[in-house]
Design a protein around this ligand. Structure first.
Ligand code: AVJ
Length: 327
């Protein structure tokens, strides 16, 4: 059945290429123009995000790492990891730096579970699989490359175990408030009674601290945004002149929305495949939202989507929360 597998693989790759093209064209033909930050993560984008996580200004990863490193037992207790086998599913696993602390702890406690890391970047998944197999050769791991919901449904088809879903890093902040609500409702529908969602939220705090995390003077965040234009050039036969766009960042302490934009520095025309897109001088492309939350925002989101908040685990600075929700 090799040819069949091959054919299937090709089809799904063509699909994701077509989806990328359609999303880009649709976004750039909208008013205001926008692109989806989920496409930031090609090989170069993964590397730039690793650099962002290492920047002194980008506190999010260190805060959540503090939780996973120093409150591991509390985390394990909150996901009710006892005797029966369960599936630990991570949405947007990335390099799994944080979750590895929990995974190692569960392993030491001789708890029976299978780890399903899901990510849109096949590149980062192979990095993660190599690392984990080296560190924990006995770990049961099944990597899943694709969109969150689609892959989550696939794990349900593979295994009927109780599910613990990790959605870390304040990745939920990349959705609009409306989309985040829809997303959590959809998760609630897919999960079964007793299943758990452990979800990371970056908290509202001093606006200067938040803005600096996304507006670093070294220009790494700018390069991270501009890399999507390069990716469109490489993969969609486009001709963006990268230095004709400039990164601009805002944080609104009232709504808690941190916004990334690229500003067109001139009137210009860009070709993408057969399509042509016109930019006026100072016109912006909305690139990314990184929403910040209050504790009330988190409780509202949980309850509106049907979940019960079981535990809230904070870092020592109280800048970040891992909230544990149960169906
Ligand atoms: C990976 C979505 C959590 O929004 O903080 C970092 C991505 N963008 N710097 C975030 C990001 C710019 C990040 N998340």
């Amino acid at each position: 059945n090799l040819p069949l597998t091959d054919e299937f693989h090709h089809t799904s790759q063509n699909d994701s290429h077509q989806n990328f093209f359609n999303d880009v064209i649709k976004g750039l033909k909208s008013t205001p123009k926008h692109l989806s930050s989920k496409y930031f993560y090609n090989k170069k984008g993964d590397e730039l995000f690793q650099k962002i996580m290492a920047m002194p200004e980008y506190y999010l990863t260190r805060c959540e790492l503090d939780i996973f490193e120093n409150k591991t037992e509390e985390l394990a207790a909150s996901i009710r990891a006892y005797n029966e086998p369960f599936d630990l599913i991570e949405l947007g696993a990335g390099d799994a730096l944080k979750s590895t602390y929990l995974i190692r702890h569960l392993n030491e406690m001789k708890i029976d579970f299978t780890y399903f890391p899901i990510d849109i970047s096949g590149n980062i998944l192979s990095v993660l699989e190599n690392n984990l197999k080296n560190q924990l050769p006995e770990l049961k791991i099944v990597t899943m490359e694709g969109e969150y919901m689609e892959m989550l449904k696939k794990t349900s088809a593979i295994s009927k175990n109780r599910k613990v879903v990790l959605f870390l890093g304040s990745n939920i902040g990349n959705m609009s408030t409306h989309d985040a609500g829809k997303f959590c409702k959809e998760l609630y529908e897919i999960l079964n009674p007793g299943d758990i969602l452990l979800i990371g939220f970056d908290l509202k705090k001093d606006p200067h601290i938040i803005l600096k995390a996304y507006n670093d003077p070294s220009g790494i965040t700018a390069a991270f945004n501009l890399n999507l234009l390069s990716r469109i050039n490489e993969e969609l036969e486009a001709d963006f002149t990268i230095d004709q766009f400039r990164h601009y960042e805002t944080y609104d302490p009232l709504s808690g929305a941190c916004h990334s934009f690229l500003v067109s520095l001139a009137d210009q025309k860009v070709k993408i495949g057969e399509e042509k897109i016109f930019f006026s001088e100072n016109e912006v492309i909305e690139m990314e939202i990184s929403q910040k939350f209050s504790k009330e925002d988190i409780k509202d989101l949980a309850e509106k989507s049907g979940f019960t908040v079981k535990a809230e685990i904070e870092d020592s600075k109280k800048w970040f929360i891992d909230s544990v929700w149960q169906v």
